[in-house]
Design a binder for this molecule. Structure first.
Ligand code: ATP
Length: 372
């Protein structure tokens, strides 16, 4: 029903222009919640608009259900789309806004009434049905926009940054509501956002895009723990992952070591086997380590392969439950560690940092690929 297949789909705006979307290949399961994420201009909206039928496909095939829909007009695709700017009719009441699509379909009046009422119950907007959009808050308007989509009972929902006009608190609340809605309706959802937190919390699978090209398609957990390249590793996660440049070299004692200009550390056996297979010793690599795997309190990394280095405290950001510490370790960038909120920050004080090497990632400096 709501299965979508994009078979090597491409989009180019005009012959001279570069591809906005390149060789996009993805099979979306019926009922799946897919989130497309990436920086501005990476081609996520264009991809969504091609699925919707709002943009022609330059090459490749698009299937919805079992049907090839490349040339099918949007209204025949059995999809509903929700945009960032709600696109409500200002002169119509909430009721009329929700009912509009059904009227166009010439549905009987009492059926329309039933559908509008049950939809507004699901979205808890029953008390606003007589109001005009301008008499609603941003969050309420967004609910009406969702209502207009739901009421048509489509097999596929497409959403393009639907929450980006809302304030931070409301965004979090609506995020949960959309997840709930997806569970209740059981439909396929394709959701576009540039917000990696939204992607991580909402999607069954995340599609990370850059420059029109898919970088990785995976579950949030896999994307976070096993990013395919440095771009994905850096794009997903707050604060951003730390990168430390160095080389992997064989030590005299038959062990593999990671060397920077100032430090060297033993590579844990799990990584060493893979690095030996994939990587010629002496080549440049980049070690990636997330802030939660850098411990200011050495006791935290007890019993694990670890790397202890000195870091000078430069800046701190209190985040509520924890604190981001920015530390100078002698490299070109400050290292970000996550400490407890009660950590005493003293500017320029030296700390011993413990890096949990089991959690470190290694990337090829030239290709930026994850070497695992
Ligand atoms: P954003 O988050 O800023 O909306 P996006 O990832 O959704 O970005 P797209 O809107 O899909 O990116 O744009 C992808 C590329 O295609 C961009 O380089 C953009 O400039 C280009 N593009 C989009 N629409 C058109 C158009 N109608 N004509 C020409 N180029 C376009």
């Amino acid at each position: 029903m709501g299965r979508i297949v994009l078979n090597h789909v491409e989009k180019r705006f005009g012959k001279e222009r570069a591809y906005a979307v390149k060789d996009f290949h993805l099979e979306i399961e019926d009922g799946e919640f897919i989130v497309m994420v990436g920086p501005s201009g990476c081609g996520k909206s264009t991809t969504l608009r091609m699925i919707a039928g709002l943009e022609d496909i330059t090459s490749g095939e698009l299937y919805i259900g079992d049907k090839l829909v490349n040339h099918l007009p949007p209204k025949d695709r059995d999809i509903a789309m929700v945009f960032q700017n709600y696109a409500l009719y200002p002169n119509m009441s909430v009721y009329e806004n929700i009912a509009f699509g059904l009227r166009l379909r010439k549905m009987a009046k009492h059926e329309i009434d039933q559908s509008v009422k049950s939809t507004s119950r699901v979205l808890e907007i029953e008390q606003f049905l007589e109001r005009k959009p301008r008499q609603l808050s941003g969050g309420q308007r967004q609910r009406v926009a969702l209502g207009r989509a739901i009421v048509r009972n489509p097999q596929v929902f497409l959403m393009d940054e639907p929450l980006s006009n809302l304030d931070a608190k409301l965004r979090v609340q609506m995020r949960t509501e959309i997840i709930k809605l997806h569970k209740e309706l059981g439909v396929t959802m394709v959701y576009v956002t540039h917000d990696q937190v939204e992607a991580m919390t909402m999607g069954h699978r995340i599609v990370v895009m850059k420059d029109g090209v898919i970088q990785q398609v995976d579950t949030p957990k896999m994307i976070y723990n096993n990013p395919r390249n440095m771009f994905v590793a850096g794009f997903i996660g707050t604060p951003p992952i730390n990168f430390i440049e160095g080389k992997v070299l064989e030590s005299g004692g038959g062990e593999l070591e990671f060397h920077t200009k100032r430090y060297s550390v033993k590579v844990p056996p799990r990584h060493a086997d893979i690095l030996r297979k994939k990587h010629k010793a002496g080549r440049d690599v980049v070690l990636g380590i997330r802030s939660e795997n850098i411990h200011v309190d050495p006791a935290m990394a007890e019993g694990r392969p670890k790397w202890q280095i000195a870091g000078i405290q430069k800046l701190s950001e209190l985040m509520g439950a924890d604190m981001y510490l920015y530390l100078d370790i002698g490299g070109p960038n400050l290292l970000i560690a996550r400490a407890r909120a009660d950590h005493e920050f003293i500017e320029n004080e030296k700390l011993t940092l413990t890096l949990d090497m089991e959690k470190a990632l290694f990337f090829d400096k030239d290709t930026t690929d994850n070497l695992a």
